[in-house]
Design a protein around this ligand. Sequence first.
Ligand SMILES: [Mn+2]
Length: 330
Amino acid sequence: MKPPHLTPLKDIADALRSAQHIAIAAHVRPDGDAVGSVMGLALSLGAMGKTVYALLEDGVPANLAFLPETATILTPPYADFYLDVAVALDTASHERLGANTVAAFARAPLLMDVDHHPTNPGYGHLNHIDGAQPAVGQIVYELLRAGDFPMTDAVMQHLFTAISTDTGSFQYPSTTARTHEIAAEMMQAGLDTARLAQLLYQTYPARRLILMRAMLNEMTFLAEGKIVSWNLTQALMSEAATEPGDTEGLIDTLRMIDSVVSAVIFEELSDGKIRVSARSKDSRLDVSAVCAQFGGGGHRLAAGARMKGPIVQAADIYLKALEHEVRRLT
Ligand SMILES: [Mn+2]
């Protein structure tokens, strides 16, 4: 029998409390929710005197390096540390942790899988998969409250970043009343949210806007403007000297367009594979189902997949499948 997908957070907190050596990791190509959840939990457990290892297969993206203690995050090759518990956060499938992280996690006799991707099969011994939560940062906040774990300013900076970035600044429909309450609780506890918002959203390097300029020049429309897409090539990324994190959120600019129901960015990876990021603005359009046709997944309104190159061909195949779904809406 499969373990339950919604182990109470109190039980997860109890298991963490009785552990001493704990590794915490999130998915490859980490975003704000990945970094913020991992470091929020890691710094709280560290404040309790635990030995904590925060692992990120691809390291910290440049745009999030301002956050507290991100220099302590470990990247491969990992040392041969001893573990009681390994915690996977925001990672829809075990392999998405990255090969080195999966190998390091195998040393722990207990694996926890805490996530909000509904496609997560629950690959841990203890699983808490709650697709109704807008960010894993919100789940970690509730976990820390459930265990009465330390909620320091540094912990809150990370959890606020996780929640703010995964909700599109409290705008996506996944945002709940509780999300706002948590932000209010953090402000009441003294967190400077305006400073964080400025560092997250108003401190872009020029190269990011160079990418955005290219995107606005090159975006193409399909299905009477209901679909917008853009191909982000390796050539452009090297021309703009792109760093990891620069492309995060670019898709939100595409989805702002009034006629658009679905926005898609195809990104050429260094190994020649094509990374698909898709968004839906209509709850009837499930982009995770479209991505699942190509071995991907995610959330109903935000999903992704990896396809075989070349980029123009992958875009063509994906957009045909998407257009088919969009045309069924009317
Ligand atoms: Mn997330």
